[in-house]
Design a protein around this ligand. Structure first.
Ligand SMILES: Nc1nc2c(c(=O)[nH]1)N[C@H]1C(S)=C(S)[C@@H](COP(=O)(O)OP(=O)(O)OC[C@H]3O[C@@H](n4cnc5c(=O)[nH]c(N)nc54)[C@H](O)[C@@H]3O)O[C@H]1N2
Ligand SMILES: Nc1nc2c(c(=O)[nH]1)N[C@H]1C(S)=C(S)[C@@H](COP(=O)(O)OP(=O)(O)OC[C@H]3O[C@@H](n4cnc5c(=O)[nH]c(N)nc54)[C@H](O)[C@@H]3O)O[C@H]1N2
Ligand SMILES: [Mo]
Length: 766
């Protein structure tokens, strides 16, 4: 099904291709964002809403986790933030009439784009066993249905509680509390598919799985390395920070198989020069690495540092690190020659130039995203980045450090609140003390393991706090079949998506408020009070978010209220947690978070400060490292890189400029020169010609696996594109069908979505 375009979908995928661009943002971005916003919400609402994004009394942009500068311009402009807001603040509605008109089978035949374009969900909806259509249901009845199925399970571990990364701290804290009082640590989240490799690598080496830099550090850096990230599309406000860093004298190295327009040149729409003039060139050195070649590249740079007199920060290494000798020996022993060149696809001169810039910099930051985290050897790759920074003491001082750039706007906060299938014992101890119950101690299921448990009949209830599980996860056919085996699937959602129509025997859609909307809670005494929530950005800053718009429907409940009411229904009087109070007064939740989560002492007072507060980060604040050795750990892993058999290409699955993960805003990828279609595969012209594929030819993508199995995604237009040799790129989620469930990163178990061996099979285009 997912391997080919849906049969009855009215959306036509007919890609038109022109040359890729060499600069990002500027005037076209402004007009494009305004056009999409006005289509979804009209002129007046567009103006009202966009003015409130990331302002101190406004809401946190649901677009990404990049932090706000201290004093944002009025509406710090970001095209893709505007699109994310428009998607939520749209005036279109999916009502009970819509569900009466469309059977679930009809909806399962539509594209994700079409489903998302139908608008905001307005009523709780129920799909009974054997029924063809969802019908409206009261909240009470919906909670009863979930309660019935959860109570009928043989063990709490037969339930899975997924979280996407938009959920507020308050809702996330209640959600994990509910799951654990119910009796399970089955709390997979989108992070399992995203920065889990960063978390694994950083926790082991530095003692904390988060980035160590603040915005000010970027402005003070001499060198910023941006590896495996496309900020022009996915973190556009980062370009403003990079521009400011450059103005302060920083150099930038970009490491990427694709020349991404945003990293080449940025036209800041906040300045006249950016809007109409030439903008700022950002990248000083572009290293067009092969997919998966980063560990070899950083190892080569590390060897260079080790072999250069006076390049090491010996005092730092002696005082604060562990394992240096072993690492140095392994790195020096590595063959310095052809293997590095084969793995990276770079020349000796290019690596040498990077080395000079590294040695000339006293303060270095490395930023990265999915290009480093979604490979089989992602954890050792990120550990090698840590080795690189440790060698010159680039952790725990101004202008230096690790900067994993998070995706979803509160994905980092959700983890801080305890959304994790492998919680730390100290966290569970604190929950036990505060709430007087014994939390389960066995580790729960992550995303991939949850799919296996559903597939094998070991998990029977699937509950999702946001997200679009069946489209975001790998092995679409296997995952959809797994979901259909569930007894009950439940989605707390703002918008319709494919996960609502690939259901268990019974299914519920629970519609919820978005960030942009006013959240007024009415107590049993009839009094009502406006609530706000909090979020944590990619740099560990926590601040308030307040919606201003009228809710999309009067039937919506906040995520917090949904969890609190469900928890009482399921747990009954055996739970001593004051769920009713939590549902009305989020400050009461924050008081409890303050008791359980380190760094949140006096939470309600601190969050009232304009701009919020920074969470503690031991390596950044005091060069102390809460690891097993009490020091920052060097690690010496063998260098790996993907093996690509003769005649095959290595495919990465990535985002277009017009999508937010599985939410498709439109069919264009402006900076890459693609219009009006998503089924494209970007291939180096020489690789395409070797296969007899002209630009504009059509091909099937066929992935091949060691167990002899094949998976196919049919009918992609071949685009001759300046990517690294031997590499290809195509959009997700269409390509998830190619990735088997077992193809994951070592240690983190993240699906290796940037490392899929394929062959191209010529197909007829029509
Ligand atoms: N508008 C918009 N914003 C978003 C999102 C969105 O979908 N749309 N998603 C959000 C989320 S959840 C996330 S996680 C982030 C994702 O942000 P990104 O990580 O920027 O997203 P991708 O599109 O996956 O891009 C991966 C980038 O890494 C490069 N790359 C791939 N493989 C390799 C490799 O082996 N080595 C190197 N050096 N580079 C490589 C690709 O060419 C591409 O530039 O964005 C967040 N923000
Ligand atoms: N092949 C491949 N697969 C990937 C990736 C890749 O690069 N390649 N990237 C991975 C990454 S990094 C991530 S993070 C995952 C994303 O996985 P998810 O987070 O599960 O997916 P999204 O598409 O972000 O979820 C969109 C849905 O969230 C709901 N939603 C939006 N806002 C809210 C809200 O405020 N509250 C609630 N309750 N619901 C809301 C809407 O109904 C919308 O349809 O995908 C992963 N999958
Ligand atoms: Mo992500």
């Amino acid at each position: 099904m997912a391997g080919k375009p849906p049969a009855s979908d009215p959306v036509q995928d007919a890609p038109e291709v022109s040359a890729p661009q060499h600069s990002a943002v500027g005037l076209p971005a402004l007009t494009h964002a305004l056009r999409i916003s006005q289509q979804q919400m009209g002129v007046r609402r567009t103006a009202l809403t966009l003015l409130r994004v990331n302002q101190q009394d406004g809401f946190d942009c649901p677009g990404c986790a990049w932090p706000e500068p201290d004093k944002p311009h009025t509406a710090e402009f970001c095209e893709n933030g505007a699109k994310a807001v428009a998607e939520e603040a749209t005036l279109r509605r999916v009502t009970p009439d819509f569900f009466a008109a469309h059977s679930v089978a009809d909806l399962a035949d539509r594209s994700g784009y079409w489903l998302g374009q139908q608008g905001r969900l307005t009523h709780p909806m129920y799909l009974a066993e054997g029924a063809d259509h969802y019908v409206p249901v009261s909240w009470e009845r919906a909670f009863d249905l979930v309660g019935e199925e959860l109570t009928a399970l043989d063990s709490p571990d037969e339930a899975v509680f997924y979280t996407s990364g938009r959920t507020s701290n308050e809702a996330a804290f209640l959600y994990q509390l509910f799951a654990r009082e119910f009796g399970t640590n089955n709390l997979p989240d989108c992070s399992n598919m995203c920065h889990e490799s960063s978390g694994s690598a950083l926790t082991e080496t530095l003692g904390i799985g988060k980035g160590s830099v603040l915005l000010e550090d970027l402005y003070q850096a001499d060198l910023i390395i941006v590896a495996g990230q496309n900020p022009g599309t996915n973190h556009p406000r980062m370009l403003t920070a990079l521009e400011k860093a450059k103005a302060g004298g920083a150099k930038i190295i970009s490491i990427n198989p694709l020349p991404e327009a945003g990293l080449e040149r940025f036209k800041n729409p906040q300045t006249p020069r950016g809007l109409a003039g030439g903008g700022t060139a950002l990248t000083d050195l572009f290293l067009q690495v092969r997919l998966g070649g980063d560990q070899a590249l950083f190892r080569a740079l590390n060897r260079l540092i080790l072999n250069t007199d006076g390049a090491l920060d010996e005092d730092f290494i002696r005082a604060h690190t562990h394992g240096f000798e072993e690492f140095a020996q392994a790195a020096r022993a590595d063959d310095d020659g052809d293997e590095t060149l084969a793995a990276t696809g770079l020349t000796r001169e290019e690596i040498g130039r990077a080395g000079e810039m590294v040695l000339a910099s006293r303060r270095t930051i490395v930023c990265w995203a999915m290009g480093l985290t979604q490979h089989k050897h992602s954890v050792p790759t990120i550990r090698e980045v840590v080795n690189f920074l440790l060698l010159r003491g680039n952790i725990g001082r101004p202008g230096a450090g690790v900067c994993p750039v998070r995706g979803h706007s509160n994905v980092q906060g959700d983890r801080t609140m305890g959304i994790f299938e492998r919680p730390a014992p100290a966290f569970l101890d604190a929950l036990e003390r505060e709430f007087g119950f014994a939390p389960p101690r066995e580790h729960g299921l992550d995303v991939v393991r949850a799919i296996r448990a559903l597939r094998d009949g070991q998990a029977k209830v699937f509950f999702a706090m946001g997200g679009n599980f069946v489209s975001a996860t790998p092995d679409t056919d296997v995952t959809e079949a797994a979901m259909r085996r569930a007894r009950l699937t439940v989605h707390v959602s703002t918008k319709l998506n494919r996960s609502h129509v690939i259901t268990g025997a019974r299914a519920l859609i629970l519609p919820t408020l978005g960030r942009t909307e006013r959240d007024v809670r009415r107590g049993p005494d009839g009094k009502s009070a406006e609530q706000f929530v909090t979020v944590e950005d990619s740099m560990g800053m926590v601040h308030a978010s307040r919606g201003r718009l009228e809710p999309a429907s009067s039937h919506l409940l906040s995520e917090t209220a949904i969890v609190a009411r469900l928890a009482r229904r399921v747990l009954g009087e055996r739970s001593r947690t004051p769920w009713e109070e939590f549902a009305q007064d989020y400050a009461a939740i924050r008081d409890r978070i303050a008791q359980v989560v380190p760094g949140f002492e006096d939470f309600n007072t601190k969050v009232a400060r304009p701009g919020g507060f920074a969470l503690p980060h031991a390596p950044r604040d005091s060069r102390s490292f809460p690891t097993a050795t009490g020091k920052a750990n060097f690690t010496a892993a063998p260098v790996e890189y993907p093996a690509v058999p003769e005649g095959r290409l290595l495919l990465q699955t990535l985002r277009s400029h017009d999508q937010y993960n599985t939410t498709i805003y439109g069919l264009s990828d402006r900076y890459r020169g693609i219009k009006n279609g998503r089924r494209v595969v970007l291939v180096h012209p020489d690789d395409a010609r070797e296969r007899g594929l002209a630009d504009g030819a059509y091909a099937d993508l066929v992935s091949e696996w060691t167990d002899g199995s094949e998976r196919r995604a049919a009918g992609f237009r071949v685009v001759h594109y300046p990517t690294a040799r031997g590499c290809a790129a195509a959009y997700y989620p269409e390509t998830n069908v190619l990735i088997p469930l077992d193809h994951t990163a070592d240690t983190s178990n993240t699906p290796a979505a940037k490392s899929v061996v394929i062959r191209l099979e010529s197909a007829r285009g029509d």
